[in-house]
Design a protein around this ligand. Structure first.
Ligand SMILES: CC(C)(COP(=O)(O)OP(=O)(O)OC[C@H]1O[C@@H](n2cnc3c(N)ncnc32)[C@H](O)[C@@H]1OP(=O)(O)O)[C@@H](O)C(=O)NCCC(=O)NCCS
Length: 206
């Protein structure tokens, strides 16, 4: 296949194409979001959201925004705060069906990871949906099955995470969350999540 591929930041004129790509990828799994919710994710962090042009037409995108570790967007709601976190949450990555299998998702991910490192993020998280866990595992993301997910993400959804670099505070937060002595009440830990929330400093966008 010819390789006229360009990855660039999203502009206003891209949204019709992004919404169409998103619906084609996620409607069957009932995971599709409203346009205003998608736009709000990108508005939260325009520097970490990209569109991929193939043969000069949008054929893929990635939306990523800072989110405290182990937390994630509500699919039914727009973002109303910008989180301050060293964890970047890859909310969605889609490649158009007719160009899949050509390494384009990997190129989008590489661009995002390079950007995240340059912006001093320490980790990238995501929720693998629709059977995509294998793709993310092959790209060095580890499943964190302890993280309870909203049913709206689908029964097979799995929270995954990958280290870029790690501060001592984030390392301790993750170690505490993941260390689960056999006698411990796992559900009680899930309900409380104190160390995670302590890193969360949201501020209103408006
Ligand atoms: C998942 C998705 C982004 C992959 O896009 P793509 O451009 O086909 O991926 P690439 O060509 O970069 O794939 C690179 C490698 O991952 C593998 N791969 C792709 N999709 C995979 C999957 N679902 N499970 C396991 N491996 C997968 C490819 O076989 C390829 O392997 P290789 O290097 O050994 O040949 C694409 O299928 C898609 O848009 N799916 C719908 C949306 C979605 O589920 N996004 C993820 C939301 S969390």
């Amino acid at each position: 296949m010819g390789r006229d591929v360009r990855i660039r930041h999203i502009t206003e004129g891209d949204w019709d194409a992004i919404v169409a790509l998103e619906a084609a990828a996620h409607s069957a799994g009932a995971l599709s979001e409203e346009r205003h919710a998608l736009e709000s994710r990108a508005r939260s962090s325009p520097g970490t959201c990209f569109v991929l042009d193939f043969e000069k037409r949008p054929a893929g995108y990635v939306l990523a925004l800072p989110y405290p570790m182990f937390r994630y967007p509500d699919l039914s709601r727009a973002e109303d705060v910008v989180h301050h976190s060293r964890n970047l949450h890859l909310h969605d990555l889609v490649v158009a069906e007719h160009v899949r299998g050509n390494g384009l998702a990997r190129e989008l991910l590489h661009r995002l990871t390079t950007t995240a490192r340059a912006k001093k993020y320490e980790r990238v998280s995501l929720i693998a949906v629709g059977g995509s866990e294998g793709f993310w595992s092959a790209n060095a993301f580890d499943a964190v099955p302890e993280v309870a997910l909203a049913p709206s993400y689908g029964a097979s959804a799995v929270y995954m995470s990958k280290a870029l670099r790690m501060s001592e505070a984030l390392r301790m937060s993750e170690a505490l969350y993941r260390s689960e002595p056999v006698h411990e009440d796992r559900d009680a830990r899930r309900r409380s999540q104190p160390m995670v929330r302590s890193t969360d400093h949201p501020r209103k966008t408006k």
